[in-house]
Write a protein that binds this ligand. Sequence first.
Ligand code: NAD
Length: 478
Amino acid sequence: MASLKYTPKQQLTEIHSRLSQTFREGRTLPLGYRRKQLLQVARLVQENSDAIMASLKADIGRHPFEATLPELRPIVSSALHAVENLDKWSSPEKPQVEAWRSGWDTTIFKVPKGTVVSISPWNFPWVLTILPLIGAIAAGCTCLIKPSEHAQASAALMAKLIPQYLDPDAYAVCLGAVEETTHVLSLKWDHIFYTGSTSVGRIIAEAAAKQLTPVTLELGGQSPVFVDGDSTNIEIAAKRILWGKQQNAGQVCVAPNHVFVQEQHQSALVEAFRKAYDSFWPMGPLDSSSEMARMVNARHYERNKSLLSRTKGKVVIGGQTGQDLRIEPAIVTGVKLDDPLMEEEIFGPILPIIPVANVDAAISHIQSGSTPLVIYVFTENEETKNKFVERTQSGQLILNETFAQVAVYEIPFGGQGQSGYGSYLGKYSFDAFTHQRGYINVPADARTEGFMQGRYPPYSAPALAFFSQALKAKIPDA
Ligand code: NAD
């Protein structure tokens, strides 16, 4: 495994000054400059795809398929999408105004927030670091990226490639762990974009509050699934849930954490999982042919093993552990809400099934927990769909699919409540790093000034009567 050489603190302070200076000089403002840098991001991935895949293999044992689909492909397509849409996203907006202000120039300018930092986790080390960077570049910001020290090969490769492809005066990489990140957080940024755990999210928000820096927090949580056995195709549901769960060995912020199903459908669902399991891994998930990702380190491996040994539910499929930090996806039935499996986000390949009386019971359990990043619902029943739309809260609500929504950059990706705040992907990434600057230019001509005349002291009764008209306007019935 590559050994990371952490960036000295003094150098981080210098990088911060350099990025701030570049921003102040306005070098990242021209759209042509931004386009060129975005194209370089796409080129970086295309020209180094083998090396990037090797870094993912070294860090998490990722198969090229699971490296390409959720990491490399979205970076290239997001960079090109930003290039195509940059004119539209960055164009000033002219809002509709009240008739009496029609002579004023009223505009919303889309200005870059400034010099920003993005701190990212190990589980999808490339996409979760580079997609925020794409948003920052598109918005015209200068940006420091801080990949996770737990995905060393990826972080080392980023530190080597980013200066080769992007303008080093505007974009830089910080290598390091808690000490280096703490130093980075002590500097003054114009936006902090953080992806990672809820506990570190609190530390980030606190550090940002000291300088009143705006923050995006992309956190995790226990994303639940409801399988409506009365109306859904259970076999398709099982395949899609298991596919989403086994990605990256379950170390995914949007992984299905647990499944609610009506009691009478639990055994049919287990049989459907068994069928999907056998078709995904005819030789078993730990066979060398399966190339399932492994747990990132011994701590997460032991944590998941301990969960499997402590659960009061029944492990009905999988759950064996193997060489090289690998754990078979495990389906556990009859799990209760106070089970050890439900203490916190599982972040591993274990999938508990919680039998419930009906959809209302599932919704009530979801309502009583912290707000998840995503809720997955498998149903064809309109009333059930509507109940989830109207009575639950989450970052996203995904019907009849899991995991794939992270590639849908036409909708915002982000949490609510405990799962974070702010969002990104596509135009929302541009927005995350953009300040909407209100602007008016009021004509200093005689006609406008004549209209303004009544507001100046000494105040007069007729002028007050004129400005009080709104107080007498008829309020329509609801
Ligand atoms: P991690 O340990 O790699 O930490 C993330 C980043 O925070 C790293 O860059 C790390 O150096 C930094 N960090 C850690 N401790 C710090 C501290 N005390 N002060 C300052 N910085 C610190 O990753 P993780 O937190 O284990 O990531 C897993 C979590 O991230 C899960 O909860 C997962 O659900 C969540 N996640 C969320 C998303 C999302 O998009 N919402 C995506 C991926 C992961």
